[in-house]
Ligand binder design. Structure first.
Ligand SMILES: C[S@@+](CC[C@H](N)C(=O)[O-])C[C@H]1O[C@@H](n2cnc3c(N)ncnc32)[C@H](O)[C@@H]1O
Length: 328
């Protein structure tokens, strides 16, 4: 039941717990899920054991760029071609458990990779969700390398070809945006009747204006100067806050089964909502609790109490501070 999970990050595999959540109780699903691009061990979601994955082949020794890139996009074997299908199945395994927990009309924001998001969309649609839009998060910067083709040709001693390929490069354009799929759970009545009944399904544009203008589906958010950076895939707090404010009211419940460094939990606490979260990695879990300023995270005994108490203390602090600020 939800009480066991409310306002705490549970250090466990979400697949074992999602089925225990109460039906039709979640007001928003918001998660930066593993993208299935082999970024790290937690992002390898298929049975392919090719040694080049995560830079473990001898040829990749000491080559950090190659290591992070993992493998060529076109794949090296038939097993590589299954990576996408197996990632989709993994997404379906948990998305189909999330679907019953959501209120009708509730939104689901799923961060994904440009190359694998279609798999997530298939898994969510097959679980019962409908796709509303694909938002673009414009990042403050992008890692990018596109090698000059002429440098490669020169290294190969192909002088004759240099003129023809002047200005051409190997690679792609600077990947400056990441997609966020926006789904909703279908409802059986009209949208307005559903909003009145379930309190979800509308968007709070007034609260989310950017420089006085209504937001568009291009979201430009960066990290605050003093924002603690823990996770290699960490998302800016301001971006997550924006999505929460856009679709929920105070006290409503946000589910994030892939918490990482706890960005969603921090945003939720700041905005006076409630959360349910999971994270398998003990290190990230502990760091996320530190981010939430919870002591002795290793001890499970009084964790519920500590977390609930902290949640309400923080919510009260923020509320007080916001009230003071709005009076200035
Ligand atoms: C992309 S990261 C989330 C980063 C997060 N948005 C942040 O700002 O820190 C995804 C996280 O999901 C966790 N994870 C992967 N599989 C999981 C599972 N089955 N249950 C719970 N957590 C899981 C990984 O350990 C990883 O930290």
């Amino acid at each position: 039941m939800n009480k066991e999970y409310l306002n705490k990050i549970t250090n466990a595999d979400c697949l074992e717990h999602l089925k225990k959540l109460e039906k039709e109780t979640i007001d928003l699903f918001l998660s930066d899920i593993p993208y299935g691009i082999c970024l790290d061990d937690w992002d390898v979601l298929h049975n392919n054991t090719n040694s080049a994955l995560l830079g473990t082949s001898p040829a990749q020794n000491g080559k950090s760029g190659f290591k992070r890139r993992g493998k060529p996009i076109n794949g090296w074997s038939s097993a590589d071609r299954n990576i996408g299908k197996e990632y989709e199945q993994w997404c379906y395994n948990w998305a189909s458990l999330v679907f019953p927990t959501m209120k009708q009309g509730a939104s689901a924001f799923v961060f994904g990779a440009r190359r694998t998001l279609h798999r997530v969309i298939n898994a969510f649609e097959n679980s019962g969700f409908l796709l509303k839009d694909v938002l673009a998060w414009k990042k403050p910067s992008a890692h990018h390398r596109a090698q000059r083709l002429n440098n490669v040709l020169e290294n190969r001693g192909l002088k004759k070809e240099l003129k023809e390929w002047e200005g051409w490069r190997l690679g792609n354009l600077a990947p400056i945006y990441e997609p966020i799929a926006w789904f909703f759970k279908p409802y059986k009545i009209t949208i307005t009747d559903n909003i009145l009944k379930n309190k979800v399904g509308a968007i709070n544009v007034e609260e989310c204006k950017i420089n006085g203008a209504s937001p568009t589906n291009l979201l430009e958010f960066g990290y605050a100067k003093n924002e603690i950076r823990i996770h290699e895939a960490q998302k800016p707090l301001a971006l997550v806050e924006f999505l929460i404010k856009l679709t929920t009211k105070e006290n409503q419940i946000i589910l994030d089964p892939f918490m990482g460094s706890g960005t969603t939990a921090v945003a939720v606490v700041k905005l006076g909502r409630q959360f349910i979260g999971f994270e398998t990695n003990l290190d990230y879990y502990e760091k996320s609790l530190e981010r939430l300023k919870i002591k002795e995270p290793k001890y499970k005994v009084s964790e519920d109490l500590i977390q609930a108490q902290l949640f309400f203390e923080k919510a009260a602090q923020y509320k007080k501070r916001n009230n003071q600020e709005s009076r200035i």
